[in-house]
Design a binder for this molecule. Structure first.
Ligand code: ATR
Length: 294
């Protein structure tokens, strides 16, 4: 791989959020810095709500190539940069800021690309075009997932969410490709789906688990859980035991990284098994292999 990062400059990027110290992004990005022999650092920067504009505007002067943006700043950051792309505009949120030559700030949202690339990488034979998909959840993550699915020309996306109005918002945003079912009918919505995505926080450490009847879904259906704390959720474990192909949230997190690097440094590092295991082990050290409150 040809490294085009300016050797005269200490490469700098960051993730801003509040809180931020739980983020695994520094582990991933600094792994690449070291692997590629780049003199630089990726920093976790805790930015309080209300300070996002100040933080972003300081990036060019401090020599940062850009930053990732995480909870709770994704929407405010979108309104604080100079330009955004179509994905960010549609989602109303950004996950990545790029400092341009003239010091202006460009905002983009890589969440949907990470979602798709992880699927392609984990299950290369799986084709999304013309598929029926069920997405559980209708928050920011679901918005990114649906954007990616629509870009991939799926046939229909059934959205089930605890708060019905949020599903309807998604439908208004993306149109009739989104079909809304009530949370109470979530199990029926799984029928006939080739891909089932958990974009809720259920299954996360400290949250209760999903109660979906894995045994009742099509064995060929891909189960994709975007939760990565723990690195293997009970939903993923149950799906694997049932014989379903699976895709993890950790993979989605990792696959966003190279997209950001391309913007910041002009190169795309690789998501390898070594990197996956490094971050998985680090998550397991903190959260255990699958410790959830059921
Ligand atoms: P994110 O940016 O990660 O998507 P979010 O926008 O807060 O975070 O969305 C969280 C999602 O998890 C929502 O779909 C939320 O459902 P509501 O819209 O009804 O709040 C879902 N969620 C959170 N706790 C839940 C629970 N206990 N049961 C079911 N869904 C839950």
């Amino acid at each position: 791989m040809v490294v085009t990062v300016d050797p005269e400059k200490f490469a700098l990027a960051a993730v801003i959020g509040w809180p931020i110290m739980h983020s695994r992004s520094p582990l991933m990005h600094n792994f690449w810095m070291k692997q590629l022999g780049i003199s630089g650092r990726y920093l976790p920067i805790a930015i309080k709500p209300g300070k996002v504009v100040d933080a972003l505007r300081a990036l060019p002067g401090l020599g940062f190539s850009g930053c990732n943006v995480t909870i709770p700043h994704k929407m405010v950051a979108k309104d604080s940069v100079d330009d955004v792309d179509d994905a960010a505009d549609k989602m109303g949120a950004i996950s990545c800021v790029v400092v341009r030559e003239d010091s202006s700030l460009f905002g983009t949202n890589n969440d949907w690309i990470g979602f798709l690339r992880n699927l392609e990488y984990s299950l290369p034979k799986f084709v999304l075009k013309d598929r029926y998909v069920t997405v559980m959840g209708a928050g920011g993550a679901a918005r990114a997932v649906c954007y990616g699915l629509i870009k991939s020309q799926v046939k229909k996306i059934t959205v089930v969410n605890q708060t019905l109005n949020k599903s309807k918002l998604l439908q208004r945003l993306y149109g009739d490709i989104i079909c809304v079912r009530s949370w109470e009918n979530r199990n029926a919505a799984l029928e006939g789906s080739s891909l089932i995505v958990n974009a809720t926080s259920l299954g996360m450490v400290g949250m209760r688990d999903h109660d979906i009847p894995i045994e009742a879904i099509d064995q060929n259906a891909v189960v994709y859980d975007i939760v990565y704390t723990p690195s293997e959720t009970n939903l993923i474990r149950r799906a694997s035991v049932n014989g379903n192909p699976t895709c993890t949230g950790l993979g989605m997190l990792l696959h966003q990284g190279p997209v950001a690097w391309k913007h910041w440094f002009g190169i795309e590092p690789l998501v390898t098994n070594e990197l996956y295991d490094l971050v998985r082990r680090n998550l397991e050290a903190e959260y255990g292999p699958g410790k959830t409150i059921v």
